[in-house]
Design a protein around this ligand. Structure first.
Ligand SMILES: [Zn+2]
Length: 124
């Protein structure tokens, strides 16, 4: 799995986001095989909802079809990037809620862009 390929796929996913100021994209790979992608979007929940995800984070959007089907993700790699309005890479470290469910899924590694647009890896 080439990191550049994963980051490029996540970057393309981020371009689908409607939030110009905060576009996040995620891409999932199994080995070198692209499995799917996701981006952040607003969920229309009832005001009475106590869902902690008012905004669907890119990681969850990307992984939910696999979670629903019960697909084993223990060998998967996830790539997460954030784009600035000028299309520069910005910090995309998964939030603590995403980290929790990523940990439960047992993903092999999560690659994300940091404050200066470099790629960091998290194994959880
Ligand atoms: Zn998150």
């Amino acid at each position: 799995m080439r990191i550049k390929t994963g980051i490029r796929a996540a970057t393309n996913a981020a371009k689908n986001s409607q939030y110009m100021d905060y576009r996040v994209g995620a891409a999932l790979f199994m080995g070198s095989r692209f499995m799917g992608h996701g981006w952040n979007w607003m969920k229309k929940t009832s005001p009475a909802s106590n869902s902690r995800f008012k905004c669907i984070h890119a990681e969850l959007h990307c992984l939910s079809p696999f979670i629903r089907k019960g697909i084993d993700l223990t060998n998967a790699h996830l790539f997460v990037v954030r784009l600035t309005p000028n299309n520069l890479l910005a910090i995309a470290k998964p939030c603590k809620y995403c980290q929790e469910f990523l940990k439960d899924l047992g993903l092999r590694a999560i690659y994300y862009t940091n404050r200066v647009g470099d790629v960091e890896v998290m194994t959880i």
